[in-house]
Design a protein around this ligand. Structure first.
Ligand code: BF8
Length: 680
């Protein structure tokens, strides 16, 4: 080997720069720690492997084996007719649209299959097949039953009386499960939308028939040689996305609330600093709360705490990652250890005695990282196993959930004494108030004597609250961890836009301390600060996990219903955002928001750039059909400004832009008066 070649071989591997990788101090510290220990993380892999330029543009077709056919946009752009085509003649628009709706199918399938699993556990509870699950929230059961066509009253001797709860639960369970595969009709929850929106969907022929069918049809239509019209393809994407947002996800949220309790605001913390060196640390990661709910109960039991103490620990510290974290946070106050990008780092602390994973957003590299430490990595779902031999599979079954959970918690406790590496837990953590939802927004922002959305609407109309934003979604290692999330949210609240958050955005905001009522005085514009101070809420309301984006749809519906802000969701001064999205689920969420009338901005990239006609269709033309449309803006400040501009456009259309001017003038006057007072 020549000296030159030797030098090349010896070249050190590129590693991530912590300051470029994340804005979060705990994450930066742990990236350095991983590098010291020689443990590779996603941050390092991202600097060594570049994303595929053609895939990023959405114009690589691999739907048959004659390809992949790659149709990148020429650097000089397209002048005149776009003659690019694959071997079969598929245009860039067809390829990008097919790829896009396959992402919708993947995302909708993930959310909806999660919902189906919850519905099955719910059915098992309704049939009383298991002692481990019981109906916890009867009010919520009675609230959702009519939307599924289930009677809550029966006639006895000519009088209406309450129907037996067990009967209601059973019929709700059976009707809900039927939503996935019923042969005729439409998804029942579509009628929960504002009437104008429902009629719009009906007129455009996009009401989903059942949840599974719309996903299957995407796979059929995008098979080689089927649907070759990007408008027709995206129409099917709309059906499937709506079946997710108003179907699978909404059912998942509702049935989880009935089984495990509807969340109400509670206090907690967030970030790696919640782990404790002298405790057994168990981290639950993934999405379905059916097992983690029982793990929470078991880990808090006297028996297990005493057992942990008998092994030399001071107690058991539970933590979560990703949306399982959000589920057990909103119902039990269990703190999230981190967002999607921090999963490897939690193990690298050396203090994670067990990481229990179920489905979605789980890195396969966790197994490689766990190998370097004492951590037991436990998979629990039959559809999500790992090939590495250090991974333990304990398959969850609702019929023996308690037994499974006890085994897992005991395994973690037994592992406490096996810690092999020096523990390093970063000190950083944020305090948060989480657990908001349609019901608690109604309560907190409600009228003096009873809960309602009128007061929220009043504050929007008078301009104290400029508008409402849903800011949600993932981390993406192609962009600085949490930078987009935090910059977008801070810019919005600074401009009096109240933020509803879910998913990893919620965890990111919690880590930064944006989920406390006190935040309002520091970061908000004067109008929003006044509202938050008066009612004692944070300016960023955490509504839960990604399936709980359905709570945002229903909150928007309640705002429409309360009146004064138009007839449809698209009339509201509202916008959506996913600043650091990465998953197919985010595309499905984005598309059901757009199809429900919401202007939705994504950060990072959108896999449509290589097909400008299709891109313009979803970013401009869809507004004429549904009132909502897509947009892409990687710069987080510009991203927020675009949302605010849309909110202002809607305020103008509603004729309430003047009200806001008056409020601003009042505040300026007040400041002037205060300055004058101080001079005196
Ligand atoms: O479902 S926000 S990284 S955890 S996909 Fe995954 Fe994205 Fe996080 Fe929740 Ni949602």
């Amino acid at each position: 080997m020549t000296e030159e070649k030797k030098a090349k071989v010896a070249k050190p591997k590129k590693i991530a720069d912590p300051g470029t990788a994340s804005i979060d101090a705990a994450t930066q510290e742990m990236i350095v720690r991983a590098q010291e220990l020689g443990v590779e993380t996603i941050f390092d892999r991202a600097v060594t492997m570049k994303a595929c330029n053609i895939g990023v543009q959405g114009t690589c077709c691999k739907n048959c084996s004659m390809g992949p056919c790659r149709l990148p946009l020429p650097k000089s752009g397209i002048e005149g007719e776009d003659t690019r085509k694959g071997l079969c003649g598929a245009t860039a628009n067809t390829i990008a649209a097919r790829n896009f709706i396959r992402m919708v199918a993947g995302g909708a399938a993930a959310h909806s299959d999660h919902g189906r699993c919850v519905a099955e556990v719910f059915l098992s509870a309704a049939r009383k097949e298991s002692d481990d699950y019981k109906i916890k929230d009867v009010d919520k059961l009675l609230q959702i039953a009519p939307h599924l066509g289930v009677e809550t009253m029966v006639e006895v001797d000519g009088k209406k009386v309450d129907r037996d709860l067990d009967e209601i639960a059973l019929e709700v369970a059976e009707t809900a499960l039927n939503e996935w595969g019923k042969p005729v009709g439409e998804v029942l929850y579509m009628k929960r939308a504002p009437k104008a929106l429902y009629e719009k969907w009906k007129k455009n022929g996009v009401l989903p028939r059942n949840i599974d069918r719309e996903i299957v049809e995407i796979m059929h239509r995008t098979h080689m040689g089927v649907d070759q019209d990007f408008r027709n393809l995206i129409k099917q994407g709309t059906r499937a996305a709506l079946a997710d947002g108003w179907g699978g996800s909404m059912l998942a949220t509702d049935l989880q609330d009935v089984l495990f309790g509807t969340p109400y605001p509670l206090q907690s913390e967030a970030n790696l600093g919640v782990m404790k060196e002298d405790h057994v640390n168990i981290i639950v990661h993934g999405h379905e709360p059916v097992l983690s709910e029982i793990i929470v109960a078991v880990a808090q039991s006297r028996e297990m705490v005493d057992y942990a103490k008998s092994k030399g620990a001071k107690g058991i510290q539970l933590g979560g990652i990703c949306c399982t974290a959000n589920e057990i946070l909103q119902r039990h106050g269990v703190p999230p250890v981190g967002t999607f990008l921090q999963q490897e780092l939690a193990i690298i602390t050396g203090a994670c005695d067990a990481m229990v994973v179920d489905i979605q957003c789980i890195f396969q590299n966790l197994a490689n990282v766990a190998k370097c430490f004492h951590t037991k990595l436990i998979t629990t779902h039959p559809i999500a196993k790992m090939e590495q031999d250090n991974v333990i599979h304990i398959e969850f079954d609702e019929h023996h959930a308690l037994e499974d959970s006890r085994r897992i918690v005991k395994m973690a406790i037994d592992n406490f004494e096996n810690r092999s590496t020096e523990v390093m837990i970063p000190k950083h953590k944020g305090v948060q108030v989480a657990g908001f939802g349609v019901e608690s927004i109604e309560y907190h922002l409600g009228g003096t004597f009873r809960g309602s959305y009128f007061t929220l609407n009043d504050n929007i109309i008078n301009g104290r609250i400029r508008g409402v934003a849903g800011v949600v979604g993932c981390n993406n290692v192609r962009t600085k961890h949490n930078d987009g999330h935090i910059t977008v949210v801070k810019e919005l609240i600074k401009n009096d836009v109240i933020v509803l958050t879910t998913g990893c955005n919620g965890i990111a905001c919690a880590m930064e301390g944006l989920l406390t009522p006190e935040t309002a005085q520091v970061f908000c514009g004067p109008g929003l600060a006044e509202v938050c101070e008066t009612v004692g809420i944070p300016p960023v309301l955490h509504l839960g996990s990604c399936v709980d984006n359905s709570r945002i749809l229903l909150a928007a519906t309640e705002v429409v219903r309360a009146g004064g802000l138009g007839e449809d969701i698209c009339d509201l001064p509202a916008a959506g955002s996913a600043p650091e999205w990465m998953s197919e689920k985010a595309i499905s969420i984005g598309h059901y928001f757009v199809s429900s009338g919401v202007y939705t901005v994504f950060g990072v990239t959108l896999p449509t750039a290589g097909a400008p006609v299709f891109h313009d269709y979803i970013c401009k033309d869809l507004e004429k059909i549904y009132g909502g449309m897509w947009d892409i803006e990687p710069d987080p400040v510009k991203h927020a400004k675009k949302m605010i501009a849309h909110i202002d456009k809607k305020r103008k259309e509603l004729g309430i832009d003047k009200a806001r001017d008056r409020v601003l003038m009042d505040m300026a006057d007040r400041r002037e008066m205060e300055a004058a007072y101080q001079q005196v």
